[in-house]
Each structure stands twice: as structure tokens, then as C-alpha cells.
Design a protein around this ligand. Sequence first.
Ligand SMILES: [Zn+2]
Length: 310
Amino acid sequence: MRKLFYILIAAMSLFIFVACGNDDATTAEQGQESIQVVVTFSILTDMVYQVAGDLVEIYTIVPIGDNPEDHEILPSDMIAVANADIIFFNGWNLEAGGDWFENLMESTGMAENVDYFRATEGINPFFLLTEGLEDEEDPHAWMDLSLGIIYVENIARVLSGFSPENADVFQENAKNYIARLYALHNEWMGRFDNIPDSQRILVSSEGAFRYFAAAYNLYEAYIWELNAEEEGTPEQMLALIDMVNNSEVRSLFAESSIDTQYIEQISAETGIPIFAMLFTDSLSEINGVAGTYYDMMRFNLEMVYAGLTN
Ligand SMILES: [Zn+2]
């Protein structure tokens, strides 16, 4: 039934696409047509914008503040995908809840590496630790700036391939952007090393900090490992409470795209305060503290450091 709905919507959007064909041709003749890009979540939105600026028009599928592990496909998503020149996704189980991304690509007839591209291409994954999921990749690679740089390189390469006449602009923007990201990465490499082991633990709701912890020399502890799993079961809660009670952790952290009730309960049970709301699977609104990927990473690094040394 659901599948049928997708096909109907796909057919509708195709009709709209064809109906608009004449207008598109006029714009193309004037040489002003921007490249239509669809991305699955807001981290990719900003990366594409940093590389391509106003040469692209970007449609973001998962709204700011929501987590991309789950998404209910909207008719507007179908229309945007049908009209897209390029689609970027993270892959590695990020957009996998109910197979929503796979269904969206299948029902609109899109093919990987032709129409849609994985931003994590070329990165070596961590695999999940949860029992039964050990063969599944941990999606949160962007949480290490040095890997976020590979996302940017992939985006610049795909855009340049689609629009060779703008390749110089994309490559130049990417080069400057990567230099900024790399400077921030280097600034924080080794900064956490002086915090004692029993205190240097990043405690959050979702285990979205595996790459972050590996890059910046932290330990991590969480209630559940991936948003797609069952969240906040009594077993998960008790295990984390036990871990926190046996550590010298001074702060807990909430995440902007996750219901805070679980980490609040951990805080109530352990007496350890929640220090800040971090950003993992979504940027903040554009004028917020984490409106760009760069600002999000800087904010997270500063907050985690302040919280652990509080
Ligand atoms: Zn996540």
C-alpha cells in the first residue's frame, strides 16, 4: 500500500516536472539555471553550500532538529528528488530507519553513483558495537573534522563532474573551506589529553561520538548506540547509570536532535548535571550557535572541553 503511494506520488511529480519543462528550457538558454541538489540532512546542506554557494539550489529532506535515522517521506521530498540533478546522502545506516532513503530512491527510479552519491565514499568505517549489529557501519563519521574534509572532497568532485564549467569555482571553494576545517581540527588535536581518564568520558544519549572520541582522544558512553535502535530501555538506562556512578565524570550532555527525557533521567539518578546541548545529527537553525558544520564542530569541542573540566 505504501509502495503504491510512492509510485503515485512519483507519477504526479513526473507530470509536474514535464509540465514545467518549457520554463526550464528558457532559463537554461539564459545560462542562469542553478544546479538542483537534494541532501538528506542539514550537515550536508551546509557542506554543499560552502562548496557551491549560489550555483546550487539545495533541498534538505530531514528538517533541522530531527534525526535522519527516521523520516516519513513527504510528497515534497518526492518532487524534489524527481527534479534533482544530484542527490547526496551519508549512507552507513544513517538514513536507514524503515529503509526510508532506499525506498525513496527506488520508487523514484534513482541509481547510486549516477543520481545519488554517498558522502562517506573513501572513509574507513567504525562498525557498531551493539550485539547483533556488529556488521553494520557507524554512520557518524562527520563528527571527526578530518573525515568531514573527505565529505567535502567527495561533494566537490561530484559537483565538478556534473558541471565542469564551474569546476574551478568548486575546487577553489573546497580548498579554502578544507583549510578552515583542518585548522580547527589541528587546534583541538591533543587538547583533551591532560584530562584524567576517569573524567575524560563523553556521556550522551545516542552513541554518535565514536569518530569524535577517536579523533580527539576521549572515551564515550551512551544510552543507546544508534537512533534506529530501541531507545532508553531499562537495561540501557541501568548500564549507563552504573557506568557514570563508577566514573569521575562531571557532566552529561544532551543532543539537539534527541528527546532529552532519557539523559535527564540519567542525571536525576546519578546527580551529575547536564552541561550542554550538543549537535550531532542536525545543525541548529542558521542563526543559532551551530548554524554551519564548522560552528557546530567548534561549539561541540568547546562545550565538551568545558563540561569535562568543569
Ligand atoms: Zn545519529
